[in-house]
Design a protein around this ligand. Structure first.
Ligand code: ZN
Length: 355
């Protein structure tokens, strides 16, 4: 083995070991904090008091005509809270208070961390369906826990089922599994559930192409696009989930490659592009670690209709719902602040391209 290859492998192993150690330390610290909070709540209840917890509220963007006109006046931020909610056991929503739900989910998380196990949000819901009432209640509790302990969802060992796909000039090891896309650059591989499990990543790609839809991804695979283009293609199959966004960010950071995004020229395509670049409202507290601000919009643009002489049969009229959605997106403060050039001169033109 060449000396340089040996050195590269040794460095990669060191990195993996360091990351593994850091993960263990983070899990131990989180467990310590959880036990501290649960112990305090129990002590308060035993003493006859009603404990309450202050929780920061995050907002990465707002949408209103005044914010669009002067975004400097709004308080939106990727890393600082915009307010505080106070959760108490007495204030009930549905059947249980928000704090009660938080504590129940916290006990599940504590067990997961202690046993080094993982489960999904859905699994947690089915543990106490009569208390949680609906999935959204569990989802909010998980977000609350992340805000309370200043961590991300993956730190809680709550894992999603990854739906994204990747192909192209990259190979890596995921846990014990070799994901060698590079051996067949036209084949689709599942995006790893957790970037923490990725080791030994190697790529000779020149750029990353993110496509909105699985059909477009499949079309590129059928056309053997990656055989002629040294790139990595990924898709979140619509609105990207957390694993897809974290994987894209991981690729951009580790491989230092530019990322381009190809979406439909309609309000949904634009919203998906915005989710990659600015983050979603639901995960505002984590937008800073999930978003990929470097991503560049490749199209399709409304100007492409004329430039590439797209026939009318490829175009659809905007429905009234499309217009409402688009008007809402156009007033988001981050557009004015970070990407004013994205706003076309006449965004509500009558016709929009679809897939
Ligand atoms: Zn704002």
């Amino acid at each position: 083995m060449a000396t340089r290859e040996k050195r590269r492998r040794a460095t990669a192993l060191d990195d993996d070991e360091r990351r593994g150690r850091r993960r263990q330390e983070e899990a131990a610290l989180l467990l310590h904090k959880i036990k501290g909070l649960v112990g305090w709540v129990v002590a308060e209840v035993v003493a006859g008091r009603s404990p309450s917890v202050a929780l920061h509220r995050y907002q990465n963007y707002c949408a209103s005509s005044s914010a669009a006109a002067s975004p400097s006046t709004c308080a939106c931020s990727y890393d600082a809270p915009v307010g505080t909610d106070v959760l108490s056991l007495l204030r009930k929503e549905f059947h249980a208070s928000r704090l009660n739900v938080l504590l129940r989910v916290l006990l599940v998380v504590q067990q997961l961390l202690q046993e080094n196990k993982h489960c999904s949000k859905r699994d947690i819901y089915y543990m106490y369906p009569s208390i949680f009432v609906e999935q959204a209640v569990v989802d909010r509790a998980i977000n609350d826990i992340c805000v309370l302990f200043r961590c991300s969802r993956h730190n809680l060992n709550v894992v999603p089922v990854a739906k994204g796909l990747v192909m192209g000039w990259v190979r890596f090891v995921e846990g014990e599994k070799k994901v060698y896309c590079i051996n067949n650059v036209n084949a689709a591989f599942s995006i790893p559930v957790s970037v923490e499990a990725i080791k030994d990543i190697v790529s000779v790609a020149h750029y990353i192409l993110v496509v909105e839809k699985e059909t477009v991804f499949q079309r590129l695979a059928n056309d053997k696009f990656c055989e002629r283009n040294r790139c990595i293609v990924i898709t979140g199959r619509g609105y990207p989930d957390i694993p897809t966004r974290r994987f894209l960010r991981y690729l951009v950071e580790q491989l230092r490659l530019p990322a381009y995004c190809l979406v439909d020229s309609d309000p949904y395509g634009f919203d998906i592009l915005a989710t990659y670049k600015f983050g979603s409202m639901q995960l505002a507290y984590d937008a800073n670690v999930l978003r990929v601000p470097e991503i560049r919009w490749l199209g399709v643009f409304t100007s492409d209709f004329e430039e590439y002489c797209l026939p009318d049969c490829c175009l659809l009229h905007l429905s009234s719902e499309d217009r409402r959605k688009l008007e809402g997106i156009l007033t988001r403060c981050y557009l004015q602040r970070e990407a004013p050039e994205w706003r076309p001169a006449d965004p509500l033109r009558g016709r929009f391209h679809t897939s």
